[in-house]
Design a protein around this ligand. Sequence first.
Ligand SMILES: *Cc1c(COP(=O)(O)O)cnc(C)c1O
Length: 447
Amino acid sequence: MAVVFETEGLSLLQEALEAMGQGFQTLPEVGNALDSDGVRSILLSVAGRMQENYPYFHPLYVGQMLKPPHPVARLAYALAMFINPNNHALDGGRASSEMEKEAVAQIAAMFGWSSSLGHLTSGGTMANFEALWIARELAPGKAVAASAQAHYTHSRLSAVLGVPFRKIASDERGRMDIGDLREQLQTGEIGTVVATLGTTAAGTIDPLPEILELRNEFPFRLHVDSAYGGYFTLASNLGSHARAAYDAIANVDSIVIDPHKHGLQPYGCGCVLFREASVGRFYKHDSPYTYFTSEELHLGEISLECSRAGASAVALWATMKLLPLDRNGSFARSLEKCREGALQLHDQLQAGKRFVPLFQPELDILVWGVRAHTASESSRLAREVFTEAEKSQLYLALATFPRKMVEPAGVVSNWDREDLVCLRACVMKPEHLDWMPEILKRLEASL
Ligand SMILES: *Cc1c(COP(=O)(O)O)cnc(C)c1O
């Protein structure tokens, strides 16, 4: 049986397109014929090519950080595409620039900021790049520090920026080791610390309150990379460690969050926020090419990227209209369900014999090893389970963790290598909760 994609929205799109056209009715008409035979055959061949993907949209896909956009995001994006606005300057995207400012202000308000500066980016990498660039401008010559479990982008971006990078140890829970951070801060070489709320591999949360406390002793800038985990500040079912970190977030200097990860957006939507709007001065430029024609703020004046998809802002704005960032709203509830699903998976695996979760998930990402005598044998079995699961159309991910993070769980008794290949699930879809019995069944069967 073929998967049936949601197409009801297409008639809504048609209606909205007609409504949008009304606004331009004073223009003389232009023909817009479509070579439908040519387009049709190409579209069908695209449909064929796209079948070569894993079914990211399906609840049996529980591998990498992939979450389908909300239908309202898809439709609003498609609607905006007929205008194709560019949020570089107001002249290129008048309405969509306003929508971007409104959407970004709502995200900032979610973190407790009311007068911050921020904008959308093409993704988390670019958003982090801007945050580290501003940090470098404020403290030239100083190093950027991030934990061993931080996204690799931070060391690479530091290299691009010509800034020294310091790797801070992670503890057995995959959280930044405060003792090591303190020691490295004592060198006086660190200008910026990156705290990750929701590490990419294991979804762990750096101890933000403790990091903030170190600012009483050492002067450093604090950037939070919550590209993955940012929206979880809305969830009411976090553990106390994670809750405390989110509750402290308003005290940092900059934050990154990816609406294209947990914010139900198509790819191409990251966001960077700065607590102090005054950092906008570093973006100043006087390009003769840019078509700035008004005194109002053009987003191109506070963004490193020039052309940016206005459609991304439109889709995000529309999604937040339908699903506001409220603590007790249905969007928050959907994140809570993801976390519930991950906790359920954790408890079920814990109760069995062969799979051993490394620790309770802090968000909705679970990592577990396969019980075996040696680390090599366990790693080999994890790869095998991964492959077998895929044969039964259960799509998982693999991740390698250092011995330190695995040892306390007692997955293996003989460490013949210093790391372990583990299985990993990103329980990112609220539907995963209802599908958990089926997911578990297929997982057990693949052993
Ligand atoms: C995904 C991710 C990034 C990179 O963001 P992209 O949107 O993939 O460019 C950076 N940091 C963390 C913590 C992430 O999860």
